[in-house]
Design a protein around this ligand. Structure first.
Ligand SMILES: Nc1ncnc2c1ncn2[C@@H]1O[C@H](COP(=O)(O)OP(=O)(O)OP(=O)(O)O)[C@@H](O)[C@H]1O
Length: 304
């Protein structure tokens, strides 16, 4: 197995009185797409900026491609897309991209990148007058034009129209196919689900859950089977027939909700119990929780 692309252990970062990152541990496998999710203020940007070398770890250790963040040997090997800015105010899109390309030994061809990210339409518009979405796309192009081994993308699709979002997803898929490691933050759960091999959920400066999107969605108490049957079924007897961690409730007369590790065997056991008790279950509905459900379960459903 190749060495991890990013290794963070016990990272602590504070801004005056605020602890932004509070003992964070995280590993990114080389060649994968890793999404860091978390509520506003969870510490994602601070963590990424530390990996990019814009901030020094105050405590703990950060290693990127086996190097110290910010070191001269590392800089040409990584691509960085910041949440905002990154280009001079008067510069045109193509000009800026050509400049960044010229700083690298084996850059991508500038014009095809300009075309595919819809930047040709910016023409002679200076950076400061480009729309937010156009600035985002230029920033993404700047991050990848140098053919980096690892790219950090901080909210790459925030504020993008659906076409640009799709183009960004395709670009990230291609990066993975060509062996580039991508670390991104996003508030779009569908984006994390569609793109990432690994997801880390960060809250209050720590990683509170990690796994593939499917693993994260599958854990927790969110998977349910709902069904209707005659009122007053013996739910104790039903629960005794099911695995120990399965709960059954009659939420309203004749409306049952079963919560637990929902898999084909559980559904079969439920229907077998119904058959042996002469119960005709109607409107049987299996509801799988999504990554978003899991995220909200872990980080709370209300604003803090
Ligand atoms: N330059 C700064 N000075 C003071 N506090 C800061 C600074 N940058 C970040 N913080 C604070 O550190 C905490 C973590 O911020 P950070 O930007 O890392 O979170 P985030 O997870 O990226 O949030 P978002 O999803 O809103 O981008 C927040 O409480 C924020 O207010």
């Amino acid at each position: 197995m190749s060495a991890p692309a990013v290794e963070i252990s016990g990272l602590v970062m504070r801004y005056r009185g605020v602890t932004a990152v509070d003992g964070l541990d995280l590993t990114v496998a080389a060649g994968t797409v890793t999404a860091i999710l978390g509520p506003n203020g969870a510490g994602k940007t601070t963590t990424i900026e530390t990996c990019e070398g814009f901030r020094r770890p105050q405590q703990g250790r950060v290693s990127v491609l086996g190097c110290t963040p910010g070191s001269a040997e590392l800089r040409p090997r990584i691509g960085v897309m910041l949440q905002a800015g990154g280009a001079w105010s008067g510069v045109r899109a193509r000009e800026m991209l050509a400049h960044v390309a010229s700083l690298h030994a084996h850059p991508l061809a500038v014009d095809p990148l300009v075309e595919r990210l819809g930047l040709a339409a910016c023409g002679s518009t200076p950076y400061r007058r480009m729309s937010g979405g156009q600035q985002q796309r230029l920033s993404l192009a700047m991050a990848v034009v140098g053919r980096p081994e690892l790219v950090f993308l901080d909210e790459p699709t925030a504020g993008l129209d659906p076409q640009a979002r799709r183009a960004t997803w395709e670009l990230i898929e291609e990066l993975r196919a060509s062996g580039v490691t991508t670390v991104l933050t996003t508030h779009f759960m569908d984006e994390a689900e569609a793109l990432s091999d690994q997801v880390h959920i960060v809250d209050a400066g720590r990683v509170i859950a990690s796994g593939t999107p499917a693993e994260l969605a599958a854990t927790g108490a969110g998977n349910t089977i709902r069904f209707r049957a005659r009122a007053g079924l013996d739910v104790i007897s039903l629960m005794a027939a099911l695995p120990a961690d399965t709960k059954v409730e009659e939420r309203a007369p004749g409306a049952y909700v079963l919560t637990g590790e929902v898999d084909p065997a559980l559904l079969a056991t439920l229907t077998a119990w119904c058959a042996s008790h002469h119960v005709l279950a109607e409107s049987v509905l299996v509801e799988r929780q999504t990554l978003e459900d899991r995220f909200l379960d872990l980080t709370g459903r209300t604003l803090r």
